[in-house]
Design a binder for this molecule. Structure first.
Ligand code: GRF
Length: 218
């Protein structure tokens, strides 16, 4: 299967996916990395691993539909079977979603449906929750509303800053995103309404929820 990753920034989740493919933990190829930001470090990461990159700047298109039509054209031309959003800072519209329904994933730095949108970690901290985490989900037309594939929980400590919580969550992002992608590649994910089932693993050890080990407090 051919995978495309869409990223706007530093690309550590992209790196986790690249590493997992190179280690044989994801049995698919990342064939393309698309960014809407020319200076995104994610593009350099891709190039370093010999992955084709493409910059699509929305402002070079008359409107969002044309921008997305070009995106769809590029993705189709590379026979992409799965799109992974990895810090892609745009909300995808129906042009891309309708063309790839059920084949677009995103990683979000909070336990959805809590704290969707921007700055999930800051929102969690300000709300005062004791547990946060990250979520890999399929993408639908809403903002972080699609069916949840896998989540990892992390504790929130009283001394946490946005940075310290973010880095604890990020570690888990890098762990669960490859798991979700590999389950998809193996054809093991079945979407039933809002619920995503892992075929062939009926027990609670199915990987749908990952509880991270509680790290020692510094
Ligand atoms: C991550 O926190 C991810 O959850 C969110 O955007 C951030 C991207 O980070 N969607 P990176 O570019 O993968 O390092």
């Amino acid at each position: 299967m051919n995978i495309a990753v869409l990223a706007s920034g530093r690309g550590t989740n992209l790196q986790a996916l690249i590493d997992a493919t190179e280690a044989g933990k994801i049995s698919a190829r990342i064939v393309l990395v698309v960014s809407d930001v020319e200076s995104a470090y994610a593009l350099q990461r891709a190039a370093r691993h010999g992955i084709e990159t493409r910059v699509l700047r929305p402002k070079e298109f008359p409107d969002r539909v044309r921008f997305e039509e070009e995106m769809v054209r590029v993705l189709r031309s590379r026979q992409v079977g799965l799109i992974c959003l990895a810090g892609f800072m745009r909300i995808l519209g129906s042009t891309v979603i309708e063309n790839f329904r059920g084949r677009i994933m995103n990683i979000h730095p909070a336990l959805l449906p809590s704290f969707p949108g921007l700055h999930g970690q800051r929102q969690a901290l300000e709300y005062g929750v004791k547990i946060s985490g990250c979520t890999v989900h399929f993408v639908d037309e809403g903002v972080d509303t699609g069916p949840i594939i896998i989540q990892a929980a992390v504790p929130v400590f009283s001394g946490d800053t946005e940075e310290s919580l973010s880095s604890r969550i990020l570690e888990q992002e890098h762990r669960i995103y490859p798991l979700a992608v590999q389950a998809f590649v193996e054809g093991r994910l079945k979407i039933e309404g809002r619920r995503v089932h892992f075929r062939g693993e009926e027990s609670s050890r199915s990987g749908e929820v990952v509880l991270s080990p509680v790290p020692q407090q510094p």
